[in-house]
Every structure is written in C-alpha cells, then in structure tokens.
Design a protein around this ligand. Structure first.
Ligand code: GDP
Ligand code: IMO
Ligand code: MG
Length: 422
C-alpha cells in the first residue's frame, strides 16, 4: 500500500510545491493533509509561476487526482478563487479534485479574530488567514464542516449559533463591531452549489485507491518546526505538519506509509515571530534573502534567513521518520566564499544534547558552526551529482553524514528541469 509523505522539515517554504509537482509525474493521487490558505506552494513550469494555497501541487499533471483532506481548514472564498485561477490556465479540475466532506471551514469571523488577536500582546506573526480560530472551533466541536454547506437548514442553524457567540466575544471582550448574521448566511449559502461537485468521502476514496495499489503522495503544508505539538510553541501554526498528521488528516493508516521525504532548504528561513537559532540579521542574511527571493508566497513578508541548522533538522528527521531528503535551493549558495552549518547548540558553555522546543531555552542557545568552503560557480544547469563542483558535493555529503538520511533529490533552481535525481 504505497503512500509517500512529503513533509517540510524546517519552518516552511522549503520548496514543497516544486518537489510535489516534480514527483507527481509518477503518482496517481496527491492529497493535502493539514493547514489551510496560510500555505503558499510555488510551482514553476517553464517561465510560468503558480502559487497554490489549498489545491495540491499535483494539479498541473492532468492524470493526477487531487484531494483536500479532512485535516485541512478550507476558506471557501480562497478555494473558489483558486479553482477559477487554475481553470483560467485551461486546466480541467472537475473529476480531478476531491474535497473531504469532513474538512472544516474558515469563516469571516475566524479571519477577523485572527487579526484582532495579532494586535494584542502575544503576536505570533500569523498569516492572518483565520487558521488558529478555525482549529479552535474544530476542537471546541462547534466548527462548521464542508458537509454542512450542502444543507441550508443545518448551515443556517450552525452559522447563527456560531456568529451569536462570536458577536459576544467581539463586542464584550475585544470591543469590536458585531457581525451581520444574515449577510454571512446569504454569502455562504451560495457556496453549496459551487462546492458540491467536488465534495466526497475522501477517506473512503483514498483507502479504495490504496487497495488498488495506487500511488499516493501526501502533501504537507508549513513545516515540522511549526507543528503545534512538536514545533517551537507558541510560535507555531495550529495543525500537525509532521508526518503523523498525514494519517489523521487523510484517514489513511500508518501501515499505508511507504516513505517519508523531508524537504530541506540548503539554508534556513522563517516567517513570523519565534526563536531562530541560526538567524543572520547582518549583510549575509540580506544576501540570502535577496538571492533566494525569500519573500512570503502568501503574504509577501520578507522571510528571516540564516544558515542550515542541523540540530533542529536532526530533531525534525527523528520526529517525522524522514529517510530521504530533497535538498532545495542549493544554487542560492553559489556565490558565497564560505558557508556555515550549525552542528551543535550551547547554553552558556554547556552543550545541549537535543533540540529544545521550549522557547525559554531556545532563546538562550548559541549555535556552534562548522565552516566549509563555497564553490563559487553557477550550478543551476547541472543535471548530475558528479557534475557539481567538489565543494557542493562535499556540502551534500556533510548533510548526509550529520543527519544519517539520504539526500535523494537536489534542487538547483525553481524549474522542474533544474533538479538532480541522485
Ligand atoms: P513551499 O511553501 O515549501 O512550497 O515553498 P515556497 O513556494 O513558499 O517557497 C519556495 C520558493 O523557492 C519558491 O519561490 C520556489 O519557486 C523557489 N524554489 C524552489 N526550489 C528552488 C531551487 O532549488 N532553487 C531556487 N533558486 N528556487 C527554488
Ligand atoms: P508553507 O506551506 C512559512 C507561519 C506564520 C506564523 C505561524 C502561524 O508555504 O510552507 P498561521 O497563519 O498558520 O496561524 O501562522 O506559521 N506560517 C508559515 N510559514 N510557510 C508557511 O506555509 C506558513 N504557514 C504559516 O508565518 O509564524
Ligand atoms: Mg510557502
């Protein structure tokens, strides 16, 4: 029963979109398992760049089916816009996109509450897409699901109860204006017909496909260090991007998982607040941002940049069970004389044995670096490992040695053909 999980191994934006699109060539189904439109997955085909937020990155392969699983929180407005954009590229979606009837919906009040909370004292630096508040309602068991959209009476009743409660919160706690119940109801009633052709029991669909030995790629959003359980809490997202999230977020069993590929950027980036041990706030960090085009695919925010951190990566490898690494954006390091790689953390003069996920400790650590020589050559046109400059080969081998995982894919540019299969 062959399913492979694609997981972001750092703080997101590792290049999951590119790798999922690339691997979809030999895949039957690509299925997103968590997160929402906070994700921005970029796929570059020829000279064209597409940014996907909810639709799986396999959509550009016409024989691939795409699933949005129960673990995803769906903003119907964002989804309909995305469907329309993809259709405008002459790509057929009907019969290829399957949306879980159990996925929860993001409502206008979730986005509003997200932005109000971000104005308070505990700023996470969210994407403002309503993710946290939508997952709160899911776990509070008051959430509205895709299936509810299909029944007007149920939708009206649930929306009314939810909005009345949110209005109390908005006016009494946040001193904000109340929402218009009827306006929201009439806006969302319209989605029933639009979404209906895509809605199905995706868990049954995926398990049937597994029985027929179809190949499934489970596409994670965000990254392991943003995981609500295993990341740098509270500076995380509100779901489980780690590989375990693929089973709960799709309803497929752990025994169906054949492989877990970790997407690793050749350096590190982070968007939003929270600890980032190898962050470079100097000219070098600026250079990484500029060369790597490190600006958020969803919000356009500049990404914080730093060297590759093997301590957090090794933690991520263990938590996810990563066996293979797809190393991306290696070309971004082409012009550096020297490249640093963090191999250990110290707190004061004491070395830390493992990656601490409590921010109090993380904020106190100082990274220990190994410095290696750069290759000072353009590598974007290289197709084979042996054709890479020796120092680039050594950098890859060093990552394999420290992590114990195999680098099976090296990405040297955003396009499909800028890839070395090892
Ligand atoms: P995702 O969220 O993990 O899918 O990653 P994003 O799409 O947010 O960010 C990755 C960015 O790097 C996108 O702009 C990609 O087009 C680009 N990219 C992906 N792989 C490579 C690569 O190997 N080299 C370079 N230079 N750019 C890449
Ligand atoms: P992809 O899938 C990078 C970050 C936000 C913020 C935190 C919480 O493109 O890798 P949220 O809106 O989820 O409540 O924000 O998580 N974040 C991401 N960072 N890439 C992403 O997605 C992200 N999605 C959320 O910046 O720090
Ligand atoms: Mg992204």
């Amino acid at each position: 029963m062959p399913a492979t999980i694609i997981v972001g191994a750092q703080w997101g934006d590792e290049g999951k979109g590119k790798v999922v699109d690339l691997l979809s060539e030999d895949i039957d189904i690509v299925a997103r398992y968590q997160g929402g439109a906070n994700a921005g997955h970029t796929v570059v085909i020829g000279e064209k760049e597409y940014v996907l937020h909810l639709i799986p990155s396999g959509i550009f392969h016409r024989r691939v089916s795409c699933v949005i699983g129960n673990g995803v929180v769906i903003d119907p407005i964002a989804l309909m816009e995305e469907i329309a954009t993809i259709k405008s590229f002459n790509i057929k979606i009907e019969g290829r996109l399957f949306i879980s009837h159990n996925a929860h919906l993001i409502m206008p009040y979730h986005k509003l509450l997200d932005s109000i909370r971000e104005q308070g004292a505990n700023k996470i630096g969210t994407t403002g897409r309503g993710i946290g508040p939508a997952y709160i309602d899911k776990y509070m068991r008051t959430g509205i699901r895709v299936v509810d959209l299909l029944d007007r009476d149920v939708l009206c009743k649930k929306l009314k109860t939810n909005i009345e409660e949110k209005n109390q919160l908005l006016s009494k706690v946040y001193g904000s204006q109340e929402l218009d119940v009827d306006k929201i109801i009439s806006e969302y009633e319209e989605f029933d017909k639009k979404i209906d052709p895509y809605v199905t029991d995706t868990t049954a669909y995926l398990n049937n496909a597994l029985q027929k030995k179809k190949n499934i790629l489970a596409e994670g959003a965000q990254g392991a260090l943003l995981d609500v359980d295993h990341g740098t809490y509270p500076y995380v997202t509100s779901s489980n991007p780690t590989s375990g999230g693929a089973c709960t977020g799709l309803g497929i069993p752990p025994t169906a998982i054949r492989n877990i590929i970790g997407i690793v950027k050749a350096y590190t980036t982070r968007v939003g607040n929270g600890p980032f041990p190898t962050e470079l706030t100097n000219e070098t960090g600026e250079q990484l941002r500029k060369i790597g085009g490190e600006y958020g695919a969803t919000t356009g925010r500049p990404r914080r940049c730093g060297w590759l951190d093997m301590v957090s990566l090794n933690y991520s490898i263990r938590v996810n069970g990563i066996r293979e690494i797809a190393l991306t954006k290696l070309d971004v390091l082409d012009s550096f004389d020297e490249i640093k790689i963090c191999t250990a953390y110290n707190v004061g003069s004491k070395p830390l044995k493992s990656f601490p996920t409590d921010i109090q400790t993380l904020e106190k650590i100082s990274p220990v670096y190994k410095t290696v020589k750069g290759w000072k050559e353009k590598i974007s046109g290289v197709k084979k490992f042996k054709q890479l400059p020796k120092n680039a080969q050594k950098y890859i081998e060093l990552i394999e040695k420290i992590s114990g995982a195999k680098v099976s894919i090296v990405s040297v540019g955003a396009r499909r053909d800028q890839t070395i299969m090892m």
